[in-house]
Design a protein around this ligand. Structure first.
Ligand code: BGC
Length: 371
């Protein structure tokens, strides 16, 4: 058995060597170890970026790149400094998920001058031509999935209503928040115009409904303010929360106001990211849906982009039209998120290996719900 195994691996190595040694130049794996990649993530406090950082590091190391990962703690100035340092240390490729999509233009100019390739990761870098590629999930369709859940659960297409709806949007400095809001609004607008959805606060734009920093506490504050306008007598039927960290704050405020008790059901509540505490909320019936963005795939696609760029091959791009950043249309590799709720979380999140049953059964920390 052991000998069989050894033989199998030996044969595999021989085949690999033959592939790499006897083939044409395009099958010879590059030695990437001389190439350093800087990975600038926005924050460790928001759950998903921990995973993104870890997956990117492991995919890049698997391709034998040298990797430098930095988290900016939600501070745009700190992030610019981290990127400066990465350039100074000789990084040839930068993978950047910006704290503030517009704030990095000067440091990115320097990257461009020094011949560094810049990949915007999940958040588009705005207002600069010093960005080469964009690897992302499609935020517009995330917004559509969230809004469609509200339409379906309230029976709006069947003519039901009017219902009360409020928004807890992402912050203005994140390019994704705007795109997501546009996707959601394109689905909801007809019902708002018909009076079937009533936004009692009147806060119907992303700017008016923005939650600074996607922060749970800020979302709770916002929701408390909105609930104060509703008073005891009027029930909110749906809250479009832009992501899971916002949904948690909205949920806290709702519960504190007595929602989720007998005779006062919780409203429909959306999210995105399928963060662990939110998966628990889905299972408990407190959050209606989330959108799972398989960050393992995004990290893998990004590593593949980098390998192609470094090896002077054409990178795999599937969108050359939709991502205008104010200065240029950035060629992108775009992935879709997956709707997840209490009925399908096992197949989407557990069967895919993203979470283990132990994760799902345990109590996830809100601060760092990572394994
Ligand atoms: C991402 C979301 C994430 C949010 C806060 C956005 O740019 O698209 O997935 O929830 O940032 O971290």
């Amino acid at each position: 058995m052991r000998i069989g195994k050894i033989f199998f691996y030996a044969a595999l190595c021989a085949a690999t060597l033959c592939l790499t040694g006897c083939g044409g130049t395009d099958v010879v794996p590059r030695d990437n170890s001389g190439t350093k990649v800087g990975v600038a993530m926005p924050s460790q406090q928001l759950l998903r970026w921990n995973r993104d950082g870890a997956y990117l590091e492991s995919e890049l190391r698997a391709k034998e790149f040298a990797v430098d990962v930095a988290f900016a703690g939600g501070d745009a100035v700190k992030q610019a400094g981290q990127i400066e340092e990465m350039i100074a240390e000789g990084c040839k490729v930068l993978v950047v998920s910006a704290v503030d999509s517009k704030a990095l233009a000067p440091v990115l100019e320097r990257a461009k001058r020094e011949g560094v390739t810049v990949i915007a990761y999940d958040r588009l870098l705005m207002g600069t031509d010093a960005v080469d590629y964009y690897a992302t999930f499609d935020s517009y369709s995330v917004g559509m999935l969230q809004a469609q859940t509200i339409v379906d659960r309230l029976g709006l297409a069947e003519g039901k209503g009017p219902f009360y709806l409020e928004f807890a949007a992402g912050p203005t400095e994140d390019s994704n928040a705007k795109v997501l809001f546009a996707g959601a609004m394109d689905v909801l607008r007809p019902y708002i115009e018909q009076g079937k959805l009533v936004v009692r606060s009147g806060e119907r734009t992303q700017e008016e409904a923005a939650v600074p920093g996607w922060a749970t506490l800020m979302a709770e504050e916002r929701m408390k303010g909105l609930l104060a306008q509703y008073g005891e007598g009027t029930k909110i039927d749906a809250v479009l929360a832009a992501n899971d960290s916002i949904a948690l704050g909205v949920l806290d405020a709702l519960k504190e106001a007595g929602y989720g008790t007998a005779g006062r059901p919780l409203p429909i509540l959306t999210g995105q990211d399928a963060d662990l505490p939110n998966v628990h909320a889905l299972i408990a019936g407190e959050q209606t849906m989330s959108v799972f963005k398989d960050t393992r795939r995004l990290a893998l696609e990004t590593a593949k982009l980098i390998e192609a760029i470094v090896g002077s091959h054409a990178p795999e791009i599937n969108d050359t039209q939709n991502f205008m950043n104010g200065k240029k249309v950035v060629p992108a590799h775009v992935l879709k998120g997956t709707f997840v709720d209490a009925s399908n979380y096992k197949s989407v999140l557990v069967d895919s290996g993203y979470y283990s049953t132990v994760d799902i059964d345990g109590t996830a920390s809100r601060a760092l719900g990572v394994k």
